[in-house]
Design a protein around this ligand. Structure first.
Ligand code: NA7
Length: 579
């Protein structure tokens, strides 16, 4: 950065990057504390995920009563969701409502993409630059850049020769797309595709779905919100919210403590049917051993495979739609409205890319090994460079000019998913190493924002000291993130949780699998111990210094029957000494 740019930089206490739910609440919270803050946002409006992902059928897959802010009782009471799982336009209206209600937009600069951020150790500040060469000098930098905000760079041979529109689900045109009378191809069968396929199939004259890997999908059973749920929240909003947050996933999923491997077939069937009928993610909590014991996982797999066969008329198509390469829950499961039944329509065709690989795009459409498919439009629902993508794309340099890309060369390293050693005064909201994408994001965002705000308030009391994660605590946290996931089967899947969907990306399980409730308690203890694992300085003087991370959570109540398998996996991963 040149001296003139540094001179022209706009001074601000805190720069927040991103105006999704995380950036908005962070701004609101800092204003309450009297800490100066400015938000910069690449889009032209607030809403983050819900601003960008405007594809047909996009909707939240956690119930809206829980996937909404709980920090303000009046906001909570005045907003009424129209459905159990709100659609994207309604979520965007909600984001706008929050922004207007708290008068946030006056401190949000839209259409501004941050491309660089360099720590200036002499002045103790970040110098942050935009694509348009605008600069800010800030004491604190908060990256509220989202976990699924950068689409993968996936491309296909000959893609430039297809002369008609190619749409990405995550960059959908604002004015929408009318596929009436068109032959449409869609690549991908993740959540975005599974939500959009039923709607596109209703419009298009013909829809071809190119599937590389089938996913597990559960019915949303969307509709109006049951009166008893509305009443439960209205009669005790704080208790309802607390019950949501005091769970592994940040939403009320009524996890069963029974083991599938120790339950009778009739009881298993009853439990699974009850949860399937309720809909959404509830089946994830059916038994305590589903994520750990292969036999238990297989029981749930077989149940879902049977449900797929019930919904899909052609047994060969049902077989192709049934997951085979990963245990249930090891990739993010999907929640759908009519996905499987869509394959019974005469205008919908499934191409299995495993047996009929995609060769190239061309002027007509797409050629696979077996034949040519002609299209008027093609949709790419091919996913995101998850969790690290948005941060990686900033030329981000910490103490001594160390690049975040180098620091994260073997996978993202953080302390608590909140800070990175060697990058002082820089916070990530729902960063890698935090529960984030394994949870209800809004509850995770609230927890992070409140922790960061309390931390900044405590620093302000000490004349704006700087805070930095210690290298030792970061290492200890990375190990704990591994300890939390290793007993489960999650690392077995080629998921975006593992960075496996981006060629060349280091394989590492990125979110913290210990649960939001456990994580919240760890963060509370860390702060209560005077920011354990952090070094707090004022200029050259060290105000407090801790290099340890001892705030380990109590081990959750693990059923005795699962201990041998857990110990075996921890030993195999070198996380427990061999007996
Ligand atoms: P996902 O879940 O990452 O899905 C992407 C899909 O695209 C998935 O089926 C991929 O198959 C497929 N894909 C990716 N690249 C290719 C290529 N080159 N050829 C064929 N198929 C490909 O992204 P979504 O946007 O659907 O969902 C992301 C999250 O948003 C979701 O989990 C929710 O949290 C909300 P693959 O499985 O890699 O074989």
């Amino acid at each position: 950065m040149t001296a003139s740019k540094i001179q022209d930089a706009q001074p601000i206490d805190t720069l927040i990057v991103g105006a999704g739910f995380a950036g908005m609440y962070m701004l609101h919270k800092l204003r309450e504390l009297g800490i100066g803050a400015q938000v910069v946002e690449a889009g032209s409006g607030v809403g983050g995920t819900w601003y960008w992902n405007r594809y047909p059928g996009a909707r939240v897959d956690i119930q809206s009563l829980e996937y909404s802010f709980g920090f303000d009782a009046a906001l909570e009471a005045e907003w009424h969701w129209s459905e159990r799982y709100a659609p994207q336009p309604e979520l965007l209206r909600y984001a706008d409502h929050v922004a207007d209600r708290f008068d946030l937009k006056r401190d949000i600069q839209f259409n501004t993409r941050i491309t660089s951020a360099h720590w200036d150790n002499t002045e103790g500040r970040w110098l942050v630059g935009s694509e348009a060469d605008e600069f800010w000098a800030c004491r604190y930098l908060i990256l509220a850049t989202g976990c699924l905000s950068v689409p993968t760079d996936v491309t296909f041979p000959g893609i430039e020769t297809f002369p008609r529109p190619i749409y990405r689900t995550s960059r959908w045109p604002r004015e929408g797309v009318d596929f009436s009378g068109q032959r449409v191809g869609i690549i991908g069968t993740g959540s975005s595709a599974i939500q959009s396929i039923p709607i596109i199939a209703e419009q298009a004259v013909h829809l071809t779905v190119f599937q590389r890997t089938p996913n597990y999908s559960m019915p949303a059973h969307n509709g109006s919100i049951p009166d008893e749920d509305i009443h439960a929240r209205a009669s005790d909003p704080r208790g309802y919210r607390a019950a949501s947050k005091d769970t592994p996933g940040g939403f009320q999923n009524f996890g069963n403590t029974a083991l599938a491997t120790q339950t009778s077939p009739d009881e298993i069937r009853a439990e699974l049917e009850r949860r399937w009928a309720w809909g959404g993610f509830r089946i994830l909590g059916a038994f305590a051993d589903t994520a750990i014991a292969p036999a238990a996982n297989r029981i749930v797999h077989d149940f879902i495979a049977e449900k797929i066969r019930e919904q899909v008329a052609d047994p060969a198509v049902a077989e192709l739609l049934t997951p085979k390469d990963h245990p249930f829950g090891t990739k993010r499961p999907c929640v759908d409205t009519g996905y499987y039944a869509t394959f019974n329509r005469p205008n919908v065709e499934l191409i299995d890319l495993k047996s009929d690989p995609l060769v190239a795009f061309n002027a007509g459409g797409i050629t696979t090994a077996k034949r040519q498919h002609d299209f008027d439009a093609i949709v790419l629902a091919t996913g995101f460079d998850a969790m690290t993508g948005a941060i990686d794309r900033i030329d981000l340099r910490g103490v001594g000019g160390r690049k975040i890309k180098d620091h994260w060369a073997e996978g993202p390293r953080t302390y608590l998913g909140l800070m990175v050693a060697g990058f002082p005064n820089m916070f990530t909201i729902t960063g890698p190493g935090s529960p984030s994408v394994l949870t209800n994001m809004i509850n995770s965002i609230e927890q992070h924002v409140e922790w960061i705000a309390e931390c900044l308030a405590s620093l302000a009391k000490r004349q704006h000291a700087s805070i930095e994660a210690s290298a030792e605590a970061e290492t200890a946290w990375c190990r704990h993130v591994m300890e939390a996931v290793t007993p489960t089967m999650m690392p077995q899947a080629n998921s975006w949780y593992m960075g496996a969907n981006v060629p060349g990306k280091p394989r590492m399980f990125m979110p913290y699998a210990g649960g939001l409730h456990t994580y919240t308690e760890i963060c509370r203890q860390v702060a209560a111990k005077g920011y354990e694992g952090f070094v707090i300085r004022n200029g050259d003087s060290v105000l407090s210094e801790s290099h340890d991370f001892t705030s380990h959570p109590p081990m959750p109540d693990i059923p005795e029957a699962l201990m041998p398998i857990i110990i075996e996996r921890l030993m195999a991963a070198g996380l427990m000494p061999a007996a």
